[in-house]
Design a protein around this ligand. Structure first.
Ligand SMILES: [Zn+2]
Length: 79
């Protein structure tokens, strides 16, 4: 069995807690940044069939019009 001094055990405990806090903070900041990027990539699109306008995420190739429920592709997008 490995014997360590109480001071060493305390230092290991504090170091472990700090590493866990750092990992949690990095994951939280990465998730918040990704949400912001997804929100910024929404594009204004016009339906090919009923000509109504709506917002879609730019990473989706096909999307459904909320008014007429028809499928549209991302090739026709308004600026
Ligand atoms: Zn439509």
């Amino acid at each position: 069995m490995i014997e360590i001094a109480p001071e060493t055990a305390c230092m290991l405990y504090v170091g472990g807690v700090l590493i866990l806090l750092l990992i949690t903070w990095l994951r939280h900041s990465h998730t918040a940044k990704r949400r912001t990027n997804v929100r910024l990539t929404s594009v204004h699109t016009k339906c090919e069939y009923c000509s109504s306008s709506y917002l879609v995420e730019s990473y989706t190739q096909f999307h459904r019009c909320p008014h007429c429920k028809c499928m549209n592709s991302s090739s026709r997008q308004d600026p």
